[in-house]
Design a protein around this ligand. Structure first.
Ligand SMILES: NC(=O)c1ccc[n+]([C@@H]2O[C@H](COP(=O)([O-])OP(=O)(O)OC[C@H]3O[C@@H](n4cnc5c(N)ncnc54)[C@H](OP(=O)(O)O)[C@@H]3O)[C@@H](O)[C@H]2O)c1
Length: 278
């Protein structure tokens, strides 16, 4: 079981990026590092121009420069925090004159871990604002444009965490579950209008954000994916929405969807504690 929904007729469609459908411009919210940077590079390789958004200007400009140098495409950048409510308007203005064929919301790794009763509600809220509030706002804008255009793709990056409750990062896991179900509904709404919606589910992936967390990725039995491989898989399966579980993670997603919730939550909690170095 690789996807939560499969249409036999869609298996026949050509797969991958079609510049006529998914170009000429792609917007990546969270496009400076890790999977986002790899998506930028691989879309640039297919001739798409890019709008890249991230907070830290240096990696953002480095990625933009590399993509332009390698592939000769145009790249616009916006250095801003997606938590800032004003950023959505800045993105809309930056893209107003562009024919955008693909919108990717990649930013969203967890920013706060704490037991819920001890944690700061404002910090939990930031996880929700990054993963839900801003995502919905930007998705509504670009999905509306793509629907009118009658072609294109929306990609909302997800996580295996969204299949089961987690101690300390329960708000993040719940936000990813929200996005998965939201993406399924959006897929059904936009499909008749020629717009692909994909929620790629990532397992543990080597990204700068993940490296900074200092988690132990070398434990036996832990699968760690490479950002370039994950990006390639996402772009190959743009047509295979609403949900595509990347790498070798489909069996885990199926297990984590099982009925014995107490056992699953306990198992995931034990795994997370083993990975934590503290
Ligand atoms: N890495 C994993 O193991 C893993 C596993 C499952 C799912 N995922 C999902 O994969 C996606 C990418 O994760 P990641 O590990 O690469 O980390 P990430 O922290 O989401 O970073 C990805 C990109 O988003 C940007 N970004 C992050 N927060 C932002 C903000 N508030 N405003 C604007 N840009 C922001 C980052 O640049 P700046 O930091 O400069 O802003 C970077 O370019 C996320 O949705 C995450 O939930 C990752």
């Amino acid at each position: 079981m690789r996807e939560t929904a499969t249409m036999a007729d869609e298996r026949e469609e050509p797969v991958g990026v079609d510049p006529e459908v998914h170009g000429p411009w792609a917007v990546i919210a969270g496009g400076s590092e890790g999977v986002g940077a790899e998506l930028a590079d691989q879309l640039g390789q297919r001739g798409l121009h890019l709008v890249l958004i991230a907070r830290n200007p240096k990696p953002l400009l480095d990625t933009a420069r590399q993509v332009t140098q390698r592939h000769g495409v145009q790249v616009r950048t916006l250095a801003g925090d997606l938590l800032d409510p004003a950023v959505a308007q800045r993105i809309r203005e930056l893209c107003a004159d562009l024919d955008v064929g693909t919108f990717i919301y990649n930013a969203g790794a967890n920013t706060y871990g704490a037991e819920f009763t001890d944690g700061a509600l404002a910090s939990f809220q930031k996880v929700i604002d990054l993963n839900i509030t801003r995502q919905l706002e930007l998705t509504q804008h670009f999905a509306g444009r793509l629907k009118e255009r009658g072609k294109g793709a929306i990609v909302l990056v997800g996580s295996l965490s969204g299949y089961v409750g987690h101690e300390r990062i329960g708000v993040y896991a719940a936000a990813k579950a929200f996005t998965r179900i939201f993406a399924e509904g959006l897929w059904a709404e936009l499909r008749p209008h020629g717009v692909h919606v994909l929620h790629p589910v990532l397992g543990l992936t080597r990204t700068p954000a993940m490296e900074r967390l200092g988690l132990r990725m070398d434990l036996p039995g832990i699968e760690v994916s490479d950002s370039a491989d994950v990006a390639g898989e996402i772009l190959t399966h743009l047509h295979h929405g609403p949900v595509w579980i990347t790498g070798a993670n489909a069996a885990q997603a199926e297990r984590n969807s099982g009925p014995d919730r107490a056992r699953l939550v306990a198992e995931v909690g034990a795994g997370m504690r083993a990975m934590s170095r503290s």
